[in-house]
Design a protein around this ligand. Sequence first.
Ligand SMILES: [Fe+2]
Length: 476
Amino acid sequence: MSGVDRRTFLKAGAVAGAVATTTTVSAASAAEVAFQHGVASGDPLPDGVLLWTRVVTSEPIRWEVARDEDFSRIVKRGTTRTGPARDHTVKVEVHGLRPNTRYWYRFRVGDVVSPVGRTKTAGCGTELNLGVVSCANWAMGHFAGYGFLAQQDLDAVLHLGDYIYEGVYAVTPELRPSEPPHECVTLDDYRRRHAQYKTDAHAQAVHQAHPFICTWDDHESADNSSSIGSPLHDPATEGPWAVRMAAATQAYFEWMPIREGKVDRSFQFGELASLTMLDLRSYRTDTTILGAEQRSWLIKRLTTDTARWQLVGNSVMISPFKIPPAPGFPSSNPDQWDGFPADRELVLRALGDRKNTVFLTGDIHSSWACDVPFEGRSVASEYIVTSLTSDNFDELLKVPPRTGSLVLEAQIQLLNPHAKFVELDSHGVATLKVTQDEVRFDWYYLANRKDPNSTITKAHSFRTRHNTAQVERVLF
Ligand SMILES: [Fe+2]
């Protein structure tokens, strides 16, 4: 969704924040130990995985990893501690595990045991199955899509950003009030917002079921953020941007099952696939979306890595997008790669004729399958997952789904012939299946984002066959 639209939402939201009701996410007192925010795992390696939970205690926290759900075959155990300096979050790096293997884990403080989580190490199987999700706005809907992914047989869940939203929203009245009831600015604000999201039952279920591999987009910090600021950040009233970005970053690394250090990082699934996760916010300036160091690293990986498929976790759309002329709308969205043509040209030129790169993208609250064009040919595929709950075009246009958007979709495809599929209305999740011969991307749509028990149905399926860089519809 364009920055203009989001800014409008947020300005309206700032007004509503003053009257929004408060939901308190209470922290357990030291006396009553509880695992209120569930358990999670992430960043799978062939020999290990990161485990996460949160528990308010000064006691040692024991953790166990087993080959079975009943913990009769425990293979790793240890103790750790936490405290207020890290908002009582817990991260454990487990190594010495077997590749491509399921494990179960739990934490324990005294006699209090956490829920049992299930995870999987990265591997070298004949296929790779990922859940794909982005743009989960607590205030705008329920996370039934997370609940659906929890039930699927997946190796991991790829989260492409906007895991939280820092703002408050009034254009659609908040279905679930935001905590804190105002835009997040301070470390305490971001921590409380993350804590609220991790009280959601569907979010807890999907974290409990699969390891996550996350990148962030702008709303983990502030709308359309970069290393130098956000159009919604006012240093005069909100202090230096660097302080706010540091607060958002600290809370993110405390609360997400991501390895410490940086968001741009890579994963290996045997010889089948490499996954490069991009950080398109931390190094962004007016002229570069990647920064020189990340750009060199990305190009080197895409051109020298020997895996059959190069997957890229990419928070904003890399395919060009000419926006149909409309009053008050710009002709393109400079928050996407369209705002950074020099970086895009360097990356796409480097791909040459390799034709095994697949960009997996979020951000724009709509579903797309694109041939990524460069100098008159397609050099990669791009699949864009729609928003889990964040408003999209029918809500923006205030029209029923699959009415007003149909005209816009036709105009978009006319102006952007490389976009082979675009759907602007639905919310949901996607799955990605990678085999030797093809990658397949399936969109699953929620019947009603405001229903915590919404049905979810497979709606569209596309694939890219190896060495073609052409997306094509799959009938099912
Ligand atoms: Fe979003």
